[in-house]
Design a protein around this ligand. Structure first.
Ligand code: LLP
Length: 428
């Protein structure tokens, strides 16, 4: 579900025509719908309500401070994965005591900053990291809470290998066998209270089953630890809830909850969730203008002013985003958002950017309606891992970001300038 729809042939975000926004802010432009962000956040909060969970939105999926403010004001907390994300969470008014911090490579500075801020839970990925946190906590006179990131050795075969994190061979967490020894070694640490377990099995996970498997394994471990007098109070089940890149293809929050809530509701555990994509993905589009239409060899190309520098996912993972013009015939049926959707009067094209790389494409082999120079094209479901993974490669300034709220919209990050791409090189 989202608030992007065609009305009389024009794409609207909530009450605003996307073409009107673009007329003011130019292209490429990331455009987000606040109603969609809040809808998905509330759907998760409602679905898991019985557990009264702390919902820590995963900042890495869409990190704009203004969006964090919006979510924070709705009661959402944050999952951070770097010092930079922690700084954003705090600037956005996030409650430090509810922030969770993950990541295999936290530096001393990042750990110290998080100790100073007084964050809720450090999600710890290795023995060496725990020892380092303990040392820094002693120095700072702090007594933080930590959760051990468990690697439950489950996975979803549909998850891309780059983002499947719950398998034994990945760099993430500690396997179940080692977890018990971990508590033996650090469960009574004088400086750090080790009283949580953290899971994040991959992203996205397209069904509840892998969560169920991982949680069952974890509950067994928690029982064993109890036998050794180690009390686990917090269980963070991570993120990875899928988003609808193709209409109707992914489970809703309620479907995940229906399988997960019964497992946890009588355990007395404080539950944390770290959803990113399910909140942000369909809340954002990337609007881009067609520069040229070109027939080359056996293929037709639509060359647009967005590129892999703006949306890296197709190049990096071969991900499929639905791409379509912002304007269609007023009486035409709105397209069904499926990567394989075929326009009735269409031709097959690749939608590509202007970067000097063969991997610079946004969509391949799509049957689109006739496209001309100057047309506005929309890449849908671009809110998650879109802007945040953008770069200045080829010295391309990053895109503008716009937030729509009902009939209003505002720029929430200005378009970068050429000067922005080299400013840090001049003041050295
Ligand atoms: N928690 C942890 C510890 C994570 O590592 C992640 C994502 C999340 C939560 C949020 O996962 P989500 O709910 O958004 O699926 N760049 C890739 C995704 C990488 C995800 C990394 N970790 C993509 O574009 O698909």
């Amino acid at each position: 579900m989202d608030h992007f729809e065609y009305r009389n042939g024009s794409l609207f975000c909530e009450q605003v025509a996307v073409a009107d926004i673009v007329a003011e802010v130019g292209t490429p432009a990331y455009i987000y719908s606040s109603a969609t962000l809040l809808h998905h956040y509330n759907a998760i909060a409602d679905a898991f309500g019985e557990l009264n969970p702390t919902i820590c939105y995963s900042i890495k999926s869409l990190a704009n401070v203004n969006i964090l403010k919006l979510l924070s004001s709705a009661g959402c907390s944050f999952d951070v994965t770097s010092g930079g994300e922690l700084a954003r969470a705090l600037v956005a008014g996030g409650d430090a005591s509810k922030i969770v911090f993950a990541g295999v490579g936290k530096t001393d500075r990042e750990l110290s900053d998080a100790l100073t801020a007084g964050i809720g839970v450090f999600n710890i990925e290795s023995e060496a990291e725990f020892e380092n946190l303990s040392r820094l906590a002693a120095q700072a006179g702090a007594n933080p809470h930590a959760a051990l990131r468990l690697n439950p050795d489950v996975y979803d075969p549909k998850t891309h290998t780059y983002t499947a994190t719950g398998k034994k061979e990945t760099k993430f967490g500690v396997d179940i066998e080692r977890a018990e020894r971990f508590f033996d070694a650090y469960g009574s640490d004088p400086n750090v209270v080790l009283d949580g377990i953290h899971l994040h099995i991959g992203s996205p996970i397209y069904s509840a089953q892998p969560y169920v498997e991982a949680i069952k394994k974890t509950l067994t471990l928690i029982e064993r630890l109890k036998g050794k007098r180690f009390e686990v109070r917090t269980l963070d089940i991570g993120g990875g809830f899928a988003a609808d890149y193709e209409t109707g293809a992914s489970p809703e929050a309620s479907e995940y909850a229906a399988a997960i809530v019964p497992l946890l509701k009588d355990t007395g555990l404080a539950v944390i969730l770290e959803p990113g994509r399910q909140i942000s993905c369909n809340s954002g589009i990337l609007a881009t203008q067609v520069q040229y239409v070109k027939t080359g060899g056996e293929k037709n190309f639509v060359i647009v002013d967005a590129a892999m520098t703006d949306l890296f996912r197709p190049a990096l993972y071969g991900s499929e985003h639905f791409v379509y013009p912002a304007s269609i015939a007023p009486d035409a049926d709105p397209p069904e958002r499926k990567a394989g959707f075929t326009a009735p009067d269409g031709t097959k094209v690749d939608v590509v950017g202007g970067v000097c790389e063969g991997s610079d494409f946004l969509a391949k082999d799509r049957v689109l309606p006739p496209i001309s120079r100057g047309d506005l094209m929309i890449v849908f479901s671009a809110g998650a891992y879109g802007f945040v993974m953008s770069s200045q490669y080829n010295s391309r300034p990053r895109s503008v970001e716009v937030l729509v709220e009902g009939a209003e919209y505002r720029i929430i990050r200005r378009r970068e300038t050429y000067e922005d791409t080299y400013a840090a090189e001049l003041d050295v």
